[in-house]
Design a protein around this ligand. Structure first.
Ligand SMILES: [Zn+2]
Length: 244
């Protein structure tokens, strides 16, 4: 058993199975931030209002999930702001004060892989709208501090469950970690894993807290409960995000 604190983030929500996942997390008393796509939010407003009323946090994951490095700066701003307004409306509809503004880039692509000069303008735009990353004092991974991830306005993650790799044959992590079936995803939860950047970490590493990345994809809905149950069995403690 590891006694390890983690923050659960679920990207690409809301899928058609969103409500089912919300109810499952509720039954286990597990807080989570759902990083949602604007186009999906527009399709499933009732389920999202329900999740907001139950205390889940709705984060911004752009409007239609394009790689920010492929967009113009104006398009990046539009992706952020359009979804920001949709989320505002949903909180209003739920009658709940929006507790925080959180943003995660689609694919973790901070927009600067082709043009590094756009990194700061996008970060500034996020800050201007009130987007902040919580202060993750318990995350002690050196790369998280050194690479600036800890200070960016957006949220990154420290542990990617990679459940989506089972269904995505092109995925680079699928090859790197040899993840071609559900069992491999499970096994990896118990391994000390290289993270793809020559560093080691993983859920057994008790010296750091973890930001866990899962997805709300309908292809992996059947994996959702077993993964969470396995994490609970490991002694993982799910906490709401610390103050910004
Ligand atoms: Zn995504």
């Amino acid at each position: 058993m590891v006694k390890k604190v983690v923050y659960l983030t679920i990207d690409d929500a809301p899928s058609k199975d969103f409500r089912e996942k919300v109810d499952f997390l509720l039954s286990k008393n597990i807080p989570a931030v759902f990083f949602c796509r604007g186009d999906f939010l527009e399709q499933r407003t009732d389920a999202v209002v329900y999740a907001i009323k139950k205390g889940f946090i709705i984060g911004n994951h752009s409007y239609d999930h394009r790689r920010f490095s492929d967009l113009t700066l104006e398009q990046c701003f539009e992706e952020i702001q359009r979804t920001d307004k949709i989320i505002d409306e949903l909180y209003k509809k739920a009658g709940v004060r929006r507790p925080a503004r959180f943003f995660r880039f689609p694919f973790g692509d901070k927009g600067a892989s082709k043009n590094t000069e756009v990194f700061e303008p996008i970060q500034e735009f996020l800050r201007k709208l009130g987007y902040k990353q919580p202060k993750f004092k318990g995350i002690t991974y050196k790369y998280f501090r050194r690479d600036g991830l800890a200070n960016d306005a957006d949220w990154y993650w420290t542990y990617d469950v990679l459940e989506y790799a089972v269904f995505n044959k092109e995925n680079v992590h699928r090859k790197f970690f040899g993840i071609d079936n559900f069992e491999k995803v499970f096994e990896r939860l118990d391994k000390d894993v290289p993270d793809g950047y020559g560093r080691y970490g993983g859920l057994n590493y008790s010296q750091s807290e973890e930001i866990i990345l899962l997805h709300d994809h309908s292809e992996t809905t059947h994996m959702f409960r077993p993964i969470i149950e396995r994490l609970l069995a490991k002694g993982i403690i799910f906490k709401p995000p610390p103050p910004e």
